[in-house]
Design a protein around this ligand. Structure first.
Ligand SMILES: *Cc1c(COP(=O)(O)O)cnc(C)c1O
Length: 367
């Protein structure tokens, strides 16, 4: 029953109706400015995003995967270095590691927070380990304070993959403020999403900032002299202008996501469904609201028959997919369990209370 009245996990229709005039106005302003790249809009977005996060430097790039690749390049991670991360993540976390020729070292997750099990990190460190990439999956902060201690004690760099966690907090600090470099994606579905691809690298270190800025621009400080190995990865003026608009509504959007999560938390009651944990010292940003259900296939088709189309993030741990087949022997039981049971419920700021009631009513009636 896939039609226009279906309830989906994500939709931007209502948002665009509301922001249309502002967005079209911004696009027109850019097109008339005569400056399509590296202009006022990018400068504006970079400084506003830095301010919002409480960091010194933001650099807009073409997408979140590039942000991770550039972060690794800036830290000097290359061929044959080991990078510790999780298999229970979006593929790009891992493909960015491979893009610089380094090798992912997969650590299992904890089923408490669905993030890296910090108690297993130290035993994964080898002589070749150079860096840890910490993913805050679904918007739930990982135990970044403990991870930062481990990185420091073992002389490793720490990158935060914040593609799903704009606005999440550990203690009183936003995630993205703990790592040497933090990487964001502004892919349309993300908590701060554009109308196309873009991403950003964030850092407090002036030296790393200088390298990131050159790496995204062919390794150049000035045209046309390349000083270090670089790539081309730009956030264009149109996207920067749209994200500047969306950034104004980000805190209000985060509040609405929290409201929706609390609605699900308090109203879903079904023994077949396991809700996610919340922690008193962490603020979840709710990119996704995930549940676990052993009868996931049945639940999904029952919901679809009733007009609610759910998604799985993610059905396969990265190490079980063909490009990473040399890791297929790994035993990561919690990552496997999550991939078999996890399911995302509708979650976006413009989701109405009426639709929420409908989703909860259906979930609670599932047998
Ligand atoms: C979306 C995402 C990325 C990649 O972002 P793109 O902008 O799609 O390249 C990286 N890591 C995680 C965890 C993501 O969810």
């Amino acid at each position: 029953m896939e039609n226009s009245t279906s309830i989906r996990v994500w939709s931007y229709d209502e948002e665009y109706d509301e922001l249309r005039d502002e967005i079209i106005g911004a696009v027109d302003r850019v097109f008339r400015s005569g400056r399509l790249l590296f202009g006022r809009e990018l400068d504006g977005f970079e400084s506003e995003f830095s301010k919002w996060l409480g960091m010194r430097h933001t650099f807009g790039v073409a997408n979140g995967t590039d942000a991770l690749r550039i972060a690794l390049m800036a830290l000097g991670v290359s061929s044959d270095d080991d990078v510790i991360t999780v298999s229970s993540t979006a593929v790009p976390t891992v493909s960015a590691i491979r893009e610089v020729g380094a090798n992912p070292v997969f650590v299992d997750i904890s089923l408490d927070d669905y993030n890296i099990d910090v108690s297993q990190v130290e035993e994964a460190i080898t002589k070749k380990t150079k860096c840890i990439i910490c993913v805050h999956l679904y918007g739930q902060p990982a135990n970044i304070v403990e991870l930062k201690k481990i990185a420091k004690c073992n002389d490793l760099y720490l990158i935060e993959d914040c593609a799903q966690s704009h606005g999440a907090k550990f203690g009183h600090e936003k995630v993205g403020t703990f790592g040497d470099i933090s990487c964001f994606s502004f892919y349309p579905t993300k908590i701060l999403g554009g109308y196309g691809d873009s991403g950003a690298c964030v850092t407090n270190c002036d030296k790393l900032a200088e390298r990131i800025k050159m790496i995204r621009f062919y390794g150049m400080r000035e045209q046309y002299f390349s000083e270090i190995e670089g790539i081309n990865s730009r956030m264009d003026e149109v996207h920067a202008a749209i994200l500047l608009i969306k950034l104004k509504y980000l805190d209000q959007d985060l509040q609405r996501r929290k409201y929706i999560a609390e609605f699900y938390d308090s109203r879903i009651e079904n023994n077949l469904i396991l809700k996610s944990r919340t922690f008193c010292d962490r603020e979840h940003a709710y990119y996704l609201y995930v549940i676990r259900c052993k009868q996931r296939d049945e639940l999904m088709s029952y919901m679809a028959q009733n007009g609610v189309l759910l998604n799985i993030s993610y059905p396969w741990p990265v190490h079980t997919m063909p490009p990473f087949s040399k890791y297929s022997y790994l035993d990561l039981p919690n990552s496997n369990t999550l991939s078999k049971e996890v399911l995302s419920l509708p979650m976006y700021p413009k989701l109405t209370d009426q639709k929420l009631e409908q989703v909860v009513g259906l979930i609670n009636a599932f047998k």
